[in-house]
Design a protein around this ligand. Structure first.
Ligand code: PMV
Length: 344
């Protein structure tokens, strides 16, 4: 009797949320493997996600990438980043990928490349989809290591809630992965309001920016010296659900990061006028007793950390600030998930 073996499923989809670092990562000790100089802590953001479908097939003549409905050409940086990721995947699993090309269709429900960590959700979703389609059987830690090869911050988006990425010390990156500090339901009081001030793609990508900082910023070694302290305070604040302590350390750490960027040469200034207006407003609101804090990544968008009980008041104030392009309420979100809904 002949067994007709079922054709192996080579198509899969995954959905991953973006994340915002509360203690930031900036600078790599290994550019190829994306190994950071410092640990970082983030919160995975509900409602800001990438949905990705992959299909591995012998029939495709080359790797194809369709991002937000547009075919991305091989000379585009985004294609190159993904090609690099695929290279490392092919090197790690030569048999599984032998002779196969990939088609990737990916969609973000928020602006791409504007400092809202689309590379984090993008590579986390891509990694999980590849794992599923090829039946690699990787656990979350291994997924985090693999996602890191696409983009550093993607290592954190594998997990939901509050997450720490351990810098590790091994040369091969085998101990540089993220782990969960607390899950998405742990602290319902903790909210994040995302204020988009400009949806355009930034001119300086984080990976190029951090390289220039290491080379030219006189304060980089000082930054690194303060990280252990910041990480410990943040971890403890999360454990104790101490909103003031977490907000303060996140805001201070963010300003330290931007001080590094500004004192890099050529300078990296991600803020625009609206970013500064928002910073000033938040500092004033705090003086008036409305306790909230800001954090900003490699872009002009401002993320406000606040208590659930204050969200309505803050959003009302933000709505009067007509220069803000978009206001979105978010909270600790879930880690990467496999989806049965395929984009093609
Ligand atoms: O890993 P990348 O290339 O997305 O860089 C992330 C850099 C920051 O967003 C500024 C900080 C961070 O830890 O997410």
């Amino acid at each position: 009797m002949h067994h007709i073996s079922k054709p192996k499923k080579k198509k899969a989809s995954a959905i991953a949320n973006s994340n915002i670092a509360l203690i930031k990562y900036w600078g790599k000790r290994d550019d190829e493997l994306h190994l950071p100089y410092n640990n970082s802590i983030s919160v995975t953001l509900s409602g800001l996600f990438t949905h990705t479908t992959v299909d591995f097939n012998k029939e495709y003549s080359q790797d194809v990438l369709i991002l937000n409905g547009k075919r991305i050409k091989p000379d585009n940086d985004k294609y190159k980043y993904i090609a690099k990721f695929l290279n490392s995947l092919r090197k790690s699993f030569p048999q599984k990928l032998s002779g196969l090309k990939i088609k990737i269709v990916s969609k973000n429900n928020f602006p791409t490349g504007a400092g809202l960590a689309s590379s984090a959700s993008g590579f986390a979703a891509l990694t999980a989809a590849c794992n599923e389609a090829l039946g690699l059987g990787l656990d979350k830690r291994q997924l985090s290591i693999l996602a890191r090869r696409g983009s550093g911050s993607a290592a954190r988006s594998i997990f939901g809630g509050f997450v720490e990425w351990h810098k590790g010390s091994n040369q091969d990156g085998s101990d540089s992965y993220a782990s969960q500090i607390a899950d998405k339901n742990y602290w319902p009081e903790f909210k994040i309001i995302i204020c988009t001030t400009n949806t355009k793609e930034k001119e300086i990508k984080s990976r190029a920016g951090m390289r220039t900082t290491i080379k030219t910023c006189p304060f980089y070694s000082g930054w690194l010296k303060t990280i252990k302290h910041d990480i410990e305070i943040a971890r403890q604040a999360i454990t104790e659900k101490d909103f003031s302590s977490l907000g303060q350390i996140a805001e201070t750490n963010c300003l330290k990061l931007h001080a590094l960027m500004i004192t890099t040469y050529p300078p990296i200034i991600y803020w625009n006028e609206s970013t500064i207006s928002l910073i000033r407003s938040i500092l004033n609101w705090r003086k008036e007793g409305l306790e909230c804090y800001f954090t900003i990544d490699a872009g002009p968008q401002v993320k406000i950390l606040c208590r659930n009980s204050d969200t309505a008041t803050i959003i009302k104030k933000l709505k009067d600030m007509t220069f803000i392009k978009n206001i979105k309420l978010s909270q600790p979100g879930s880690g990467v998930k496999i989806s049965n809904f395929h984009l093609f």
